[in-house]
Design a protein around this ligand. Structure first.
Ligand SMILES: Nc1ncnc2c1ncn2[C@@H]1O[C@H](COP(=O)(O)OP(=O)(O)OP(=O)(O)O)[C@@H](O)[C@H]1O
Ligand SMILES: [Mg+2]
Length: 292
């Protein structure tokens, strides 16, 4: 059994589109026929709430996995999206950082938990993380192969990117993190606003090819979909720009990982929809590592 490719969606800045991106990228991958597991590692449990699944009474969730050193296999549940599974956060998630602070091997608790056969039966694991660089996020970074960084088109979120880069660098040099930066993703893009153009110019100037070509446009459907407990693919009519953006992101992610349509992965095959044209022809290049 191949190991899944693990992508952590990280940015310690709040409200930049991490959960929206984690949920819709995971759904996009599943709809392309790649069995995908979304792991909710945020105490807010927003990804779990969006997918409409909170664990039943007494069920194992991600919090219990980390508090009780259990395999994450025990927390995996199905969702309404074919091929998409969820490991919901759970109510006790807020206790996990404190618990891990005094636990042996605390920074790799998630990595250990991800080794079971049910997790490994997925082609991708997408991790939604919390808006701070605590032990939970460190666990996500040490467990993952790639970090995807959403950046909303505002001034302040850009300021925090240096800290994220430094954290990644330190985790690589001191803790053996293997994570590369899969890409920086511009979210909430509104071309009528000058700040959008400014942020895009600065980001592309600073990170070049590491910035995804795909941008996620500002779209009220993204705000509404979670309240209906739907992904954008279930919520927005076909042809909608929210679906289009996340289909394009899915294609670009697959392309960057060398798993574009036609390339075999460990995926089992649920219903396969056609790939978006926007992902075709994207050149696969070595993954950018911040600071290298
Ligand atoms: N492209 C978009 N257009 C408009 N609204 C968006 C877009 N993406 C996300 N939103 C909305 O912006 C808010 C923040 O998004 P989201 O919850 O995904 O960010 P986050 O980084 O996960 O936040 P937190 O740091 O609190 O976990 C939410 O209300 C979400 O619905
Ligand atoms: Mg979130």
């Amino acid at each position: 059994m191949d190991s899944p490719t693990i992508v952590a969606v990280c940015n310690q800045k709040g409200g930049v589109g991490k959960t929206t991106t984690a949920v819709n990228l995971a759904a996009g991958l599943a709809l392309q026929g790649h069995r995908t597991l979304l792991v909710d590692l945020d105490i807010q449990g927003s990804a779990s709430a969006t997918l409409g699944r909170s664990p039943s009474e007494g069920a194992v969730d991600v919090a219990r996995v980390l508090l009780e050193d259990r395999p994450l296999d025990e927390a995996v549940i199905s969702t309404a999206v074919e091929g998409l599974s969820l490991a919901p956060a759970g109510e006790r998630m807020a206790l996990v950082d404190l618990h891990l602070a005094s636990a042996y091997g605390r920074e790799r608790a998630l990595e250990r938990a991800l080794r079971g056969p049910r997790v490994r039966d997925h082609a991708f694991v997408v991790i939604d993380t919390a808006p701070y660089l605590g032990l939970l996020t460190v666990n996500a970074i040490l467990a993952c192969d790639q970090v995807l960084v959403p950046v909303s088109c505002e001034y302040l979120p850009m300021l925090g990117l240096k800290l994220l880069e430094q954290t990644l660098e330190q985790l690589r040099s001191r803790a053996g993190a293997r994570a590369g930066v899969l890409g920086y993703l511009l979210t909430m893009v509104d071309r009528r606003e000058r700040i959008t153009t400014e942020v895009e110019e600065i980001l592309r100037g600073r990170f070049g090819e590491a910035v995804f070509r795909t941008v996620v446009r500002a779209n009220t459907h993204h705000k509404a979909a979670p309240s209906f407990r739907r992904t954008i693919f279930e919520h927005e009519p076909s042809g909608g720009k929210g679906r289009e953006d996340y289909e394009a992101l899915t294609a670009e992610v697959l392309s960057r990982l060398g798993k574009a349509p036609g390339v075999k992965t460990a995926a089992r095959r649920p219903r396969v929809r056609k790939a978006t044209p926007s992902g075709e022809g994207i050149v696969v290049r070595p993954l950018a590592r911040a600071g290298s």
